[in-house]
Ligand binder design. Sequence first.
Ligand code: DAK
Length: 258
Amino acid sequence: MTDYKTITFEQKGRVALVTLNRPDALNALNAEVMQEVVDCFAAIDRNKDIAVSVLTGAGRAFAAGADIKEMQPQSFSDMYVEDYFAGWDRFAASRKPVIAAVNGFALGGGCELAMMCDLIIASDKAKFGQPEIKLGVTPGMGGSIRLTKAVGKAKAMDLVLTGRMIDGTEADRIGLVSRVVPHDTLMEVALAAAEEIAAFSVPSLMAAKEMVARALELPTTEGVKFERRLFQGLFGTADQKEGMSAFSEKRPAKFEDK
Ligand code: DAK
């Protein structure tokens, strides 16, 4: 789980820290990065000792988008037959919570990757944008749908049609990010948030993630039913008994992810 070329993986207690590590190319996302990220997060989902992950980028960027040099020569049939970049759907389907700690440029596929995560904590020096229009294309990794759901049509059209960048503070104001923090405190805040979440029971974290994610896709009555079934199911866990007993006994809960 540590033998990667384009990313780094560290484990800090129940928190995984995954860093996109092509700083000379501003962490541009090529096929190798995608495969390594997908493999790494599949391993995190299988690892019983990890509850939460933080995804960040080395150097000046979170990720400055898909690798333009890799994409430039490709034809329609290359893209279509290989289903280029479809692997990112597997990352988006990760079952444990993922926090994007956005340290710099999050452009194009980099902004879309951040939006696949569950929380986005941004540095005030971060730069978000969907500049694909300047390359003669459009968002292709879910940006048109996830961005529009996050910030609404008016702001999404502005970003997608002009390709302009916004900073972390504007991204916070329009609802694209969960929190914006001073640049120097980014990793401290992101890891503290991850540790706070990692103290909870993994089955309830997975259920919470799944229900909020489905809320964006389901009609209200179906979403409420889906939430209720997951909520009811958690009464089959030992951690529900422990969490509620600990409350009554005025002591901290000791969860076992069971
Ligand atoms: N791809 C490849 N290399 C990149 C890159 C990228 N996206 N972004 C930066 N680099 C490289 C630069 O080429 C440069 O490399 P060298 O020339 O030194 O070899 C190095 O990183 C440093 O960049 P700059 O010299 O340009 O640095 P500056 O500070 O001057 O400018 C910048 C920073 C972020 C403003 C600029 O680098 C920039 O505009 N980068 C491109 C941003 C961009 O357009 N991003 C969107 C890419 S398109 C798909 C799904 C999704 C996608 C595609 C397909 N399918 C499902 C099929 C996604 C598409 C995209 O994301």
